[in-house]
Design a protein around this ligand. Structure first.
Ligand code: MF3
Ligand code: CO
Length: 249
């Protein structure tokens, strides 16, 4: 399928979706604390979506049972919120969430520290988030898709981290997942040419150890094969003639 180009009016709608999503993320962030469960975060997110009058993008997606993905420590993505998963001092929890507003999707993720975390894990979070922004800076008219990938990969591998191969970013619009797929690894100067009106979910998933992941028996939870901690940061970004426009700020 071709990469769909959005009009300025559509991008404006996606920005409204992204702003609502950010409010959900802010509410979740303030609920992250030692002793909270990942189901507590799910309830906060669901309540905020209700209050804002927006729809969850994940609930029911291929049968996914929640509005949030909450992935703790070695869980990379798609952790399912649970009453039994208690956050403890030194954990990290990756919160991934999407909403739909007037038919337009937005998608964003952030890895939160729980209490005081180790300097090593704190650096993983810092570098992963910085690599997201390095990728975003390459989301410009006339560039190539894998310039984004390369920027993420080179920054993270320079620190010895593993760039997850099995999951990728994606185009987004009236569907959560549109073309193109956007790997977090690739060669500079390669891939489709970037045009104004493309909207991408850029989402580095970075492991402190090897890039390998495995999926649990629940069919969803992806965790690092070597048990190392993983981080995930994501924004929905529009490519415009004035440069990258982050819709989920
Ligand atoms: N946020 C994920 C992505 O970027 C989608 C979550 S899968 C779901 O592709 F099932 F939880 F919705
Ligand atoms: Co995504």
């Amino acid at each position: 399928m071709a990469i769909l180009i959005k009009s300025e009016a559509e991008i404006e709608k996606m920005r409204i979706s992204g702003i609502a999503l950010r409010k959900v993320h802010d509410a979740v962030k303030s609920a992250v604390r030692v002793g909270a469960t990942t189901m507590d975060l799910e309830r906060v997110a669901a309540a905020k979506m209700d209050e804002l009058g927006v729809q969850p993008a994940f609930l029911g997606y291929h049968g996914y049972p929640a509005v949030l993905c909450t992935s703790v420590n070695a869980e990379v993505i798609h952790g399912i919120p649970s009453e039994r998963r208690l956050l403890k001092e030194g954990d990290v929890v990756s919160v991934d969430c999407g909403v739909i507003v007037e038919g337009y999707y937005s998608d964003a993720a952030v890895t939160h520290p729980v209490g005081k975390i180790s300097p090593e894990v704190e650096k993983l979070l810092r570098v992963t988030e910085a690599s997201l922004y390095a990728g975003i800076r390459k989301a410009v008219v006339g560039g190539r898709l894998f310039d984004i990938s390369h920027a993420v990969q080179s920054m993270c591998e320079a620190e010895g981290y593993g760039v997850v191969r099995d999951f990728v970013g994606h185009g987004i619009g009236k569907n959560m997942h549109e073309d193109p797929q956007l790997p977090n690894y690739g060669a500079e100067g390669k891939g489709p040419r970037l045009k104004a009106g493309m909207v991408l979910a850029i989402e580095p998933m970075i492991n402190m150890g090897s890039p390998e992941v495995k999926v649990l028996e629940d069919g969803w939870t992806a965790l690092t094969a070597d048990g190392s901690v993983s981080a995930h940061f994501e924004h929905t970004v529009a490519i415009t003639k004035n440069g990258p426009l982050i819709l989920t700020l």
